[in-house]
Design a protein around this ligand. Sequence first.
Ligand code: NOJ
Length: 531
Amino acid sequence: MIETYFWWQSGSIYHIYPRSFMDSNGDGVGDLAGIIERLDYVDWLGVDAVWISPIFPSPMADFGYDVSDYTAIHPLFGSLHDFDRLVAAAHKRRLKIILDFVPNHTSQLHPWFVESRSSCANARRNWYIWCDPAPGGGPPNNWLSVFGGSAWEWDEATGQYYYHAYLKEQPDLNWRNPEVQEAMFDVMRFWLERGVAGFRVDALRQLIKDEQLRDNPPNPAYRPDQGPYHSLLPIYTTDRPEVLEIVAMMRRVIDSYAERVLIGELYLPIERLVAYYGSDGTGCHLPFNFHLILTPWDARRIAALIDAYEAALPAHGWPNWVLSNHDNPRIASRVGPAQARVAAMLLLTLRGTPTIYYGDEIGMHDVSIPPELAQDPWEKNVPGLGLGRDPERTPMQWDTGPNAGFTAGTPWLPLAAGYPTVNVATEREDPTSMLALYRRLIMLRRAEPALSVGSYRPAGVSGDVLAYLREHEGRRFLVALNLSHAPQQFAPGGLRLHGRAALSTFLDREGEHVSDSLVLRGDEGLIVALD
Ligand code: NOJ
């Protein structure tokens, strides 16, 4: 039987944070024309799809995750015409465009909310979550905003509170209302008709809140450095059973178009994450798996994570892995530059769809932002805990020129000081660079289906080495990753090790004959093509 795979199974996804990718007009903020300019680079890298964080009209209280018009483009990023040009330019290169869909909340300036808050009798009042004060006064319950403070905002004019899971500028839509559902499905159709390959759905776990508005219980494991939101367990505000009914409806919209993908942003433990695959054909194709971001960088812990995830996947569930994104410290800052290369090999040799965050492929690290330049509202609301996300959102480093070739103006966030060496132009010339490694990994993955869609079998952990086997139609690979800085010897138990090195993270052992046991240098990962 010849199995066929969808592009979103065998391919890889490249995540662009549009404010920081490429500025074409010198205003210091990236834009769609800039992405088009750099599309040849994305194509050269070898990825299959690009997911772009929100580009819609927005007052930018949360940098585009507060949408005031779902079916237009923010002038800062360009126009609908530019968007159509981007889709055409991408398709010419056989690249797909995935958009960010932000259904949980709108901007407070969205006309729907402006109407909703105008009076209790307004036809759109029930499009948002309005509630009377608690009997003794004050917010209806103890629910907290992810970004600090109560999740309830008092509206003086109409004498009620509205609910916002994030900023008060981001009121939550009422997804129990069928009118809201239909309006938002129309938004999906609008972009699907324009040729997008699917959506990454923002804040999916928060879509439905408890109808009885029960208080969230205290979190017994709370540590203040996590931020005040974590002082409660959000059991009545996230991952409610009814969210899956909404996902099934979104999936029906997606499936009325050919070969589109539904990706869910879901920070959940593995056993709950996999519930979002739904029963076959009713869930997300890819409930984003953030566990590589959340798990300590230790061979045993990572091996246990992979095993737990593989074991929990339903038969129809396709795995996926994310190493970094715009909400968390970058991989190079979490594990250091040397181990970031090993992490790249892990990401690109695991079973399932990898998502690469722009800049990780050149080894970009977090940039510490002085308080007076802070942009992220989370940093401003809850300062001093390091929760702000500006450090991982700094401009892409293209070359050695001013502002790393990102902008001719003043960049909205400062560039990393190290950009004269860490940049695309310099690394393209260096056959041992991080960029060279990423490209080789992506190309090898493309050439060898064993590494993308092949079966996965753990090959044990020994010392700091994590090893596994990938196999497809007779092609077999051993991947051995040294998660430490010290050399390690590795002999896989129960496996005849005989083959040739296909790729080392040092890019220097290709073709080397391997048998019986492996010696890995500190910070080395190796892919061995087995005989
Ligand atoms: C998750 C997004 O990735 C994040 O950047 C945003 O602030 C929140 N959802 C709210 O939309």
